[in-house]
Each structure stands twice: as structure tokens, then as C-alpha cells.
Design a protein around this ligand. Structure first.
Ligand code: PGA
Length: 247
């Protein structure tokens, strides 16, 4: 698969924000949006029923690794599929930190998604102290090891990876295009050791303070295939202009 077969991809992560009025605004403003990118909005699960996706898809911000059963408060892949979701973010750093999710659990969630035909957007990325200690590759490499030990090459080819340096999330401190490219290249090279074909086709998104004015240079990096957008995905105009920067 050649590099240009990696269709650009932009996902919005509303986190615990938004309301049905914002959903209605997105339905209206994104309707029939023209972009070369696949576009996904990952809103809080209780808002998903309000979307009328036209030109974009919807996803959740997490999913359970278990099947339907006695798991109070959790959402299964069957439930999110029934709600119209084709995508689920897994392993966001806020869940790894606040909910203590391990890389092994994240890998199980990703595997469960793939088995049900839901595309997991799997987040990896280092905290500031790891970057300052020059340990980014070892840290991110361990997060990827867990994926490779749990998912087959075929399953991995049905995933999307999002590199989100934790120090760049919600801080306004975007990674420079060179810093992003360096880690994206590391991630692609890591997967190339598993399968060259997998690595060539795998979409790797950058996330962390992507804004309309920095999206284009970030997305122009050879191994950056789009973005996972937090704060700027809450304003329809900003999100649309970021989607267009992925053209
Ligand atoms: P941010 O968040 O764009 O607000 O930095 C990105 C994310 O957490 O996915």
C-alpha cells in the first residue's frame, strides 16, 4: 500500500463538554462538508442520539473490553454500534491517568472494537518528564508493545493510532511539526518491524493543541495522517477549518 492511500483523518474529542444545542449546530454546519478527510465527532455518549451525521461519522470516547453483562456504568461495543458509532477512542491519556487504565487494558479494548467492526482510535504519548529525560521512544514503544502482543497484524490494520504528547494536551503548547514527525516516524518504523504493509497503511494522527492556524503544517508532515482535536473541536468553524487543512 503506498503512502498516499492513507486517507487523511480528523477526529474531534469533545471530552465532557457540549450539549444538544452544540450537536444541532454541528449537524447544521458540518452537513455535507467537503473535505478529503474522514471526519469523526466523538461526543459524550448521552449526546450521540442527537447527531444526524451527513459527511461525518460519530464515535465514543471510550468503550468496555467486556461483552454485555454485569458491568455497571460501562458501554459495550454492541451498545455503541447500535447508537450509530463506527469509531471509539481508547486509551486517552486522561483515562490512563484518571481511571488508571493500563496499556494491557487499552489493548483489550482495541481488540474488542476490531472484533465488532468498530475502529479504535488508540492514543499513546508521553508526559513532559519523559520527554525531558529523552525517553520518548522507550515510553511510547512500551505502549505499542501491549498492542502488538494482543492484536494480530490483521486486527492492527483496522486501527488508527493517535500520538498525543501529554504536555501538549489542552495546554496550548503544540508539539512542533518536527517533534510530531519524529515520533510519528518512530511509530511507523516500530510497526514496520511487525509488518511493512501494516506500517504503510496505518493512519497515525497527531493530537495536542491542534488549532486552525497550526493544523496545516502539522498535517503536512510525511507521517502525520491527520489529527485528534480536543478544545478546537468544540467550535464548529474551527473544527471545519482543521478538517479542511487535512486536504
Ligand atoms: P486538545 O486535546 O486539542 O485540547 O489539546 C486533544 C486531546 O486530548 O485529544
Amino acid at each position: 500500500m503506498s503512502e498516499n492511500l492513507r486517507k487523511p483523518f480528523v477526529a474531534g474529542n469533545w471530552k465532557m463538554n457540549g450539549n444538544l444545542a452544540l450537536v444541532a449546530e454541528f449537524n447544521d454546519k458540518l452537513s455535507g462538508i467537503k473535505s478529503n478527510a474522514d471526519i469523526v465527532v466523538c461526543a459524550p455518549s448521552l449526546l450521540l442520539h442527537g447527531f444526524k451525521p451527513n459527511g461525518f461519522s460519530i464515535g465514543t470516547q471510550d468503550v468496555s473490553h467486556c461483552d454485555n453483562g454485569a458491568h455497571t456504568g460501562e458501554l459495550s461495543v454492541d451498545l455503541i454500534k447500535e447508537a450509530g458509532c463506527q469509531f471509539a477512542i481508547v486509551g486517552h491519556s486522561e483515562r490512563r491517568d484518571n481511571q488508571g487504565e493500563s496499556s494491557e487494558l487499552v489493548a483489550l479494548k482495541a481488540k474488542k472494537c476490531v472484533s465488532a467492526g468498530v475502529v479504535p482510535i488508540i492514543c499513546v504519548g508521553e508526559p513532559l518528564e519523559v520527554r525531558e529525560a529523552n525517553n520518548v521512544e522507550a515510553f511510547v514503544g512500551e505502549q505499542l508493545d501491549a498492542l502488538v502482543s494482543e492484536l494480530s497484524v490483521e486486527a492492527l490494520s483496522k486501527t488508527i493510532i493517535a500520538y498525543e504528547p501529554i504536555w501538549a494536551i489542552g495546554t496550548g503548547k503544540t508539539a512542533s511539526p518536527e517533534q510530531a514527525q519524529e515520533v510519528h516516524e518512530f511509530i511507523r518504523t516500530y510497526f514496520a518491524k511487525v509488518s511493512v504493509e501494516l506500517a504503510q497503511g496505518l493512519r497515525i494522527l497527531y493530537g495536542g493543541s491542534v488549532k486552525p492556524d497550526n493544523a496545516e503544517t502539522l498535517f503536512a508532515q510525511p507521517d502525520v495522517d491527520g489529527g485528534l482535536i480536543g478544545g478546537a473541536s468544540l467550535k464548529a468553524e474551527d473544527f471545519i477549518s482543521i478538517c479542511q487543512a487535512a486536504n
